[in-house]
Design a protein. Structure first.
Length: 496
């Protein structure tokens, strides 16, 4: 059987990524390797530093998820110093984190994913001309509007945290920036304008109308109900994807991991997550147990056996003669198995009927991953509004004093824009002895593990039929549906 070997340097992703393929004479992908081409050494920069340095250094892992990394580092130190932060500090941290999620979801869709609809591959599609008008890079109406509206949205982080990106306003015990009444009013005004744009242009209806859609029959009814629904970004996306077959493209392991929704303070002084952390499979859900997370490096350019992040190290092995190794990305595993993360995992754990029914019946796909990303704001936006509104009271408290412990093992796990993000820190004699970061893309882009099991998007690509092996658009769309961020996963170039 004739086999074509192909290396795809993937564009419109964050960072450097190659997909190595083997395609047979029937144009079916028979082998796929996700190759992170660069080395991340951030963890090694942390060794020997004071624990508070993590609040300044780790947000610079990424210029897009900077607030997520700060939040994770702060949560790890909250645990290390055994401090409970005040409810208003929770709200402020949560609001900034969720604003970053909102910006990323929409920018990924309109600036990175949708432009594929404008490629010659789809020139014969009946909606092609409309796609060009909407998503032509830097010129399409939807592209330009998304840049403008999401630019305004992240002003909230600058107002509440002092700057964006690379803010440093979170500390063990809470936050160091106290919003004024004027700050709160300004944030609420920005959120109100963003909601109007999102409901009118993206959904074509208000949030309540969309949340009433529980089944796929109801979705079709919603699509046919009004021209505003059909012609919205959501309506166009549904029509284009399903007619292009993207609803059956890119099924993976169908095992999903989520860090859960942000912890929302309640009126009785408790904490309630927006949605639970856990593992979703077709047969049910399980709560997340952080002790079951490990990193495998059998196919990555690192030394060490699989280990929990408290015990693992980032030890580069660039000159290895082990022929199995092919990526600078490690392979995170949960209970020894791969798991996909991202907005779809979040909506599955939130028990949103539309998505649970689809995945149980059909498995994941390019369409359902991106649909989850497009409508996750319907869950997040009201929560942001609530956080901001509830900070505006006379007795607001944003910090609790902490006692710094000289030795500790702790971690912070949150939902970042692309999925589950974790920081693990070991403190000895007042200094960082070990620091490990596992990013969402590390989960999704992971290479094979010691058992030879493919990572989530490697698995999703296998078995795909491509129209043109020299321009495998289908493979690129599968990868992009995971919203790759290799700048978080790997950081310094390998010398060949």
């Amino acid at each position: 059987m004739t086999t074509i070997q192909k290396i795809i340097p993937l564009n419109r992703v964050e960072g450097d990524l190659e997909i190595h393929l083997a395609v047979d004479r029937d144009n079916v992908v028979t082998m796929a390797k996700s190759v992170g081409t660069m080395y991340r050494g951030i963890e090694n920069l942390m060794k020997g530093r004071g624990p508070l340095d993590s609040l300044v250094i780790t947000p610079r892992i990424c210029g897009i998820c900077t607030t997520a990394h700060l939040n994770c580092a702060a949560k790890a130190l909250d645990m290390a110093y055994e401090v409970s932060i005040p409810a208003d500090a929770h709200r402020l941290r949560n609001a900034t984190l969720m604003v970053e999620q909102l910006q990323n979801d929409l920018r990924h869709l309109m600036l990175l994913f949708m432009p594929d609809f404008t490629r010659p591959h789809y020139a014969d599609h009946p909606l092609y001309e409309e796609a060009l008008a909407r998503y032509r890079p830097l010129k399409g109406q939807s592209t330009v509007e998304t840049i403008q509206e999401t630019k305004k949205l992240v002003e909230i982080i600058a107002i509440l945290g002092g700057q964006w990106p690379h803010s440093s306003f979170m500390v063990p015990g809470g936050v160091v920036s106290v919003p004024s009444v004027s700050d709160i009013v300004q944030c609420r005004h920005i959120l109100s304008n963003f909601r109007k744009w999102y409901e009118k242009r993206v959904l074509g209806c208000n949030l309540d109308r969309w949340r009433a859609v529980k089944t796929w029959d109801q979705l079709q009814g919603w699509l046919d109900e009004k021209p505003a629904h059909r012609n919205s970004e959501l309506g166009f996306f549904i029509r284009f994807c399903r007619s292009a077959g993207l609803d059956s493209l890119g099924c993976g392991h169908d095992r999903f991991i989520s860090a859960g929704g942000v912890d929302q303070p309640t009126s009785d002084g408790g904490i309630r997550p927006l949605f639970p952390a856990g593992i979703f499979t077709a047969t049910g859900t399980m709560p997340l147990d952080p002790h079951k997370i490990s990193e495998d490096v059998s196919h990555a350019y690192f030394k060490q056996t699989p280990a929990h992040p408290f015990e693992s190290r980032t030890l580069a092995d660039p000159y290895t003669e082990d022929g199995r190794k092919y990526s600078w990305a490690k392979a995170p595993r949960y209970d020894g198995k791969p798991a996909e993360t991202g907005p779809l995992a979040d909506l599955l754990m939130a028990d949103i009927p539309l998505f649970v029914a689809w995945v149980r019946a059909n498995g994941a796909s390019v369409f359902i991953r991106e649909l989850a990303r497009m409508v996750r704001p319907t869950l997040i936006l009201p929560a942001v509004e609530q956080c901001v509104a509830h900070m505006a009271h006379a007795n607001a408290q944003f910090y609790t004093d902490t006692r710094k412990r000289p030795s500790a093992k702790s971690f912070g796990i949150i939902t970042a824009p692309r999925g589950i993000l974790g920081h693990w820190v070991v403190i000895e004699d007042g200094k960082i002895a070990n620091y490990q970061v596992i990013t969402p893309t590390a989960w999704n882009a992971s290479p094979r593990d010691a058992d030879g099991v493919a990572g989530p998007w490697e698995q999703a690509v296998l078995g795909t039929t491509v129209r043109n092996p020299n321009d495998p658009v289908e493979v690129e769309q599968i990868i992009r549906s995971f919203d790759p961020c290799l700048v978080c996963t790997v950081h310094a170039i390998r010398a060949y």
